[in-house]
Write a protein that binds this ligand. Structure first.
Ligand SMILES: [Ca+2]
Ligand SMILES: [Ca+2]
Length: 236
């Protein structure tokens, strides 16, 4: 009976993704190996990989991508204490800059408020429910700069800010120009409890800036990003 139910559920999920409905779900396996947060990702072999690329048709997007612009693969594992992420990030033109959370808003020459994070190579990891809002921005370490990371947690119906420590991040440039990263988030800092019942709305946004050193006014017309919207779950 359970098997039939699971089969039915899988079919619905696959259809949901295929139809572009908001039924997408990222089921993170529980940790079955040692993970060392050192930027080397060999211990992640065999963990399901989640791809964010312009070729994927079920993603939201903005701007115009060309072939080989950017590709990000993400793996994740969880245990009682931590959520672990492994990233492999390829980009034809790295455009990295430290933008702190206090500088994240930029008002352009027409008075429009814009998110400065979108002008550079960044990944946004955003868990958002009605009374919960956790935002994590990550950029890799490239040419001896970075990684740059900031996080913010708002909680309760008034969106009160909770103090949160920045997650542990390690980032390494590879010989082929890509970057591998490992991230370790403490559930306690997120104020979340993983397990079979856990399901939270997650948005991932990958922004791709390709004009390092240029003014933001110049970069506006080249803004481009890819977004995945779904649910984050932690089946036991
Ligand atoms: Ca490692
Ligand atoms: Ca780029």
């Amino acid at each position: 009976m359970r098997k039939i139910f699971l089969y039915g559920l899988t079919t619905i999920l696959v259809l949901g993704v295929a139809l572009g409905a908001d039924g997408a779900q990222w089921n993170i396996p529980s940790r079955d190996r040692e993970i060392l947060i050192d930027g080397f990702t060999s211990e992640w072999a065999g963990v399901p990989t989640f791809q964010i690329t312009p070729e994927r048709k079920d993603l939201r997007s903005g701007g115009t991508f060309k072939e080989g612009d950017v590709a990000l693969s993400i793996q994740a594992l969880w245990d009682e204490q931590y959520l672990y992420l492994a990233l492999r990030w390829s980009d034809d033109v790295w455009d990295i800059k430290e933008v702190g959370r206090k500088d994240a808003v930029w008002v352009d020459s027409e008075g429009k408020r814009r998110d400065r994070m979108y002008f550079y190579d960044n990944l946004k990891f955003h868990i958002r429910a009605s009374d919960y809002d956790y935002t994590l921005w990550l950029s890799p370490r490239v040419n001896e700069e970075g990684p740059f990371v900031w996080a913010r947690l708002l909680e309760g119906y008034k969106g009160m800010e909770r103090a949160t420590a920045t997650p542990m991040v390690s980032s390494r440039e590879q010989n082929d120009g890509s970057v591998t990263m490992e991230v370790m988030l403490l559930w306690k800092e997120l104020r979340l409890k993983p397990g079979d019942d856990f399901s939270m709305p997650l948005t991932l946004v990958l922004s791709d800036g390709d004009h390092p050193g240029r003014m933001l006014d110049y970069k506006v017309e080249f803004l481009k990003w890819l977004g995945w919207v779904g649910k984050l779950t932690t089946p036991e």
